[in-house]
Design a protein around this ligand. Structure first.
Ligand SMILES: [Zn+2]
Length: 146
């Protein structure tokens, strides 16, 4: 059994205090190295995914299309990437890395702090709810899906 360490990291955060009602439903996600990365008000598996790269879409701001998720991401800014899409377009991604092992865990379409963009994208297979376990979708990209 993996050892689950206390959630004091989450509880001690001072910004973005969740309300009492949302606290009960908050989910905690870890990098595969065991570092705490994300606390969010919904399971990631229930969130929509991008068709281009299967990244999990986290809405960071309210709009007419939907309400923003309540979340807090523990990550540091990584290298910006330019991705070439099959449609011929280009997309800039500003990576957010795990502060401990520096693996990329998420990205935003614009530079700046977390939540500066309308959406945050979580890389598929990057996070797990069980500290010390590899997420079940970590190798999804290597399997051809119909
Ligand atoms: Zn890590």
């Amino acid at each position: 059994m993996p050892k689950v360490i206390s959630r004091s990291t989450v509880a001690s955060s001072t910004d973005a205090q969740p309300t009492a009602s949302s606290t009960a439903a908050l989910r905690v996600y870890y990098c595969i190295c065991g570092e705490f990365i994300l606390v969010i008000d919904k399971v990631l598996s229930a969130l929509p995914r991008r068709r281009t790269d299967n990244a999990i879409i986290v809405r960071a701001h309210d709009s007419e299309a939907g309400k923003a998720r309540v979340f807090k991401l523990n990550a540091v800014a990584g290298d910006p990437l330019v991705i070439e899409r099959q449609s011929g377009g280009h997309e800039r991604q500003f990576r957010l890395d795990c502060p401990r092992c520096t693996l990329p865990v998420a990205y935003q379409p614009t530079p700046g702090p977390v939540k500066s963009s309308e959406y945050l994208y979580i890389l598929p297979g990057a996070l797990t709810q069980m500290q010390g376990q590899i997420p079940s979708d970590a190798f999804d990209g290597e399997v051809t899906t119909a």
